[in-house]
Design a protein. Sequence first.
Length: 165
Amino acid sequence: MLHLYWGDGKGKTTAAMGLALRALGHGRKVVIVQFLKDGTSGEMEPLRRLGAVVYSCPNAKFTWLMNEEEKAAAQRSGTTALRQALAQPWDLLVLDEACAAYETSLVDRELLRQAAARAEAGFEVVLTGRNPADWMQDAADYSTEMRACQHPYTKGVPAREGVEY
């Protein structure tokens, strides 16, 4: 099954990592790729301790702040991380920030589509991000939109360690 957690609201990664935790609790093999993230958010270490294999990208920066050299490096690291993840045995594959990585070409787009297509072969694949490509919506078995109704950031309140990151 292909799961898609998308939108401008909080909770996309949280939902994906909750699913990963549930799968690990049932003895399933979990592999996580975090595009545009460095793998240091609070939930990642406990998931690793429980057996998840985590790949992240060292160039953790908003795409609009990257120069062309940084974008090329991010594309290489994202594609390498995805290739390494696909070489692992897994029951659940979480591709966190896949929507942005695809939209901005910071991953080999065809490889990402191939990874998502593994859902058709009986694997669980999760895609997260703000603006999913049309093919992601069309292929999704589960599509959950996270919509921001209120958010402290709009009032100038920064993210809090242990809650938002």
